[in-house]
Design a protein around this ligand. Structure first.
Ligand code: SF4
Length: 424
């Protein structure tokens, strides 16, 4: 309950602001008026937004008479997100296992699902992949061996508020603790939906100063929470400050918004993002059922703005842990102009054992993809080492060692080949 209250403060703060509101007093000499008026002017362009048949049917059932304009408004989607069991009960038939977790003290994350994403969730099937990823179940309350709240030790690698500095030349900038939907397996359970994360111009200052004074930082990953849940002028401000730092060569944004809240990818947002190239985006996808016409449109807008899109997918038991599902997802991503990037072993947060697969499962999936489909459709399988060791790539055994000056190599069909490897 405490978590829910903390989260409410964050949401209240977010919802009290509007893109039409004048921004807070600037803390630096940057001109907000210029940034803001530009964003507002761009937003007035006519938006073309698709609504899939599935979402239309959902709207007709649960929001009869709601204008499409409202449904397509990302503020409406956040304001009307599903956050309680009573609300969930309106849309799906909850099982005992799902009901049993709600309201329990050790409940690590509040519930939050946008109406759009809710429309994709199967009302009668508790084994539906998207339902398992977002609706809590009793197993979430059971902490297994080796599970910790901050498995990647991000708090120990935080030299300044909002900053995680784990690799030599890049930092994470955790801009907000808010997400438009909370994934039950979230690695950042230690900070999302909590007040720990310092949000806003003034609070970001120490983190920005850290980057300004650390000349080795050439790559900044803006993450959270989900940074694309912030108002346009916040995003514009943060990116403009980062782009002004001469040694910051590239900026990356990590987000699930194009998947759970594709309505947020407005023309005005895209016009802001494209001012700060080279800018990359890593989008968190879980399952092929997420690849809707709405998501296609959102990705198209981002890609058309010259933003290279990559995917991040967490390997999850009973959700996407088989070759066929993963292949369908990877193929769908490429069709949506998103290059599969990382497949993550699920991090051991408390109550994650029902989501975690053995490492052999990830290797089996990579083996089932490599050679059997385009190389572009094969993500890199990694474990983020507990304790802050960073990402460790994992590959099936293709190199079988040396024999008489030859390297023994196994191809995707299991056939062995020799390569002369006795030079130098
Ligand atoms: S979108 Fe990312 S940060 Fe937010 S709950 Fe999901 S995994 Fe966590």
């Amino acid at each position: 309950m405490e978590t829910q209250e903390n989260e409410l403060c964050i949401v209240r703060d977010l919802m009290n602001r509007d893109d039409d509101e004048p921004p807070p007093k600037p803390v630096q000499s940057i001109s907000f008026r210029h940034l803001h008026s530009e964003a507002t002017a761009l937003r007035s362009e006519k938006e073309k937004t698709v609504i899939s048949e599935r979402s239309k049917a959902f709207m007709d059932s649960f929001y009869p008479g709601l204008p499409e304009k409202e449904w397509n408004n990302w503020h409406w989607q956040i304001k009307n997100s599903v956050r309680t069991t009573d609300q969930l009960d309106r849309f799906i038939h909850l099982t005992e296992n799902e009901i049993s977790v709600v309201g329990k003290k050790s409940h690590t994350l509040p519930i939050r699902i946008t109406p759009y994403y809710m429309s994709l969730i199967h009302e009668n099937d508790p084994d539906h992949a998207l339902r398992k990823a977002f609706i809590p179940v009793f197993e979430e309350l059971v902490t297994g061996a080796g599970e910790t709240l901050d498995p990647l030790s991000e708090e120990h690698h935080s030299p300044a508020p909002n900053i995680v500095h784990r690799y030599p030349d890049r930092v994470l900038f955790l801009a907000t603790g808010f997400c438009s939907a909370y994934c039950r397996y979230c690695t950042r359970t230690h900070m999302v939906a909590k007040e720990k994360c310092h949000v806003g111009f003034k609070a970001w200052e120490a983190g920005l100063r850290y980057i300004e004074t650390h000349h080795e930082v050439r790559d900044v990953i803006v993450s959270g929470g989900d940074p694309l849940t912030m108002p346009d002028f916040h995003i514009d401000y943060l990116l403009s400050r980062l782009r002004k730092i001469p040694h910051v060569e590239i900026i990356r944004i990590g987000s699930k918004v194009p998947v759970v809240l594709p309505q947020r990818i407005t023309k005005s947002l895209v016009n802001i993002l494209k001012k700060y190239h080279p800018l990359f985006m890593s989008i968190h996808f879980t399952h092929p059922d997420e690849l809707t016409p709405e998501v296609k449109e959102a990705c198209e807008r981002l890609a058309n703005a010259g933003i290279p899109l990559g995917s991040q997918t967490v390997l999850l038991k009973g959700i996407n842990d088989n070759v066929e599902v993963m292949k369908k997802l990877m193929h769908g991503l490429l069709q949506n102009r998103v290059r599969p990037y990382y497949l993550y072993q699920c991090d051991p947060i408390p109550g994650s054992s029902h989501f975690r697969t053995p490492i052999s499962k990830g290797l089996e999936i990579i083996k089932g993809l490599r050679g059997h489909t385009s190389g572009y459709a094969v993500p890199q399988f990694v474990i983020d080492a507990p304790g802050g060791g960073g990402k460790i790539p994992l590959l099936p055994e293709y190199f079988l060692g040396h024999e008489d000056g030859y390297a023994k190599l196994m191809n995707y069909e299991g056939r062995v080949f020799l390569y002369p490897d006795d030079v130098g």
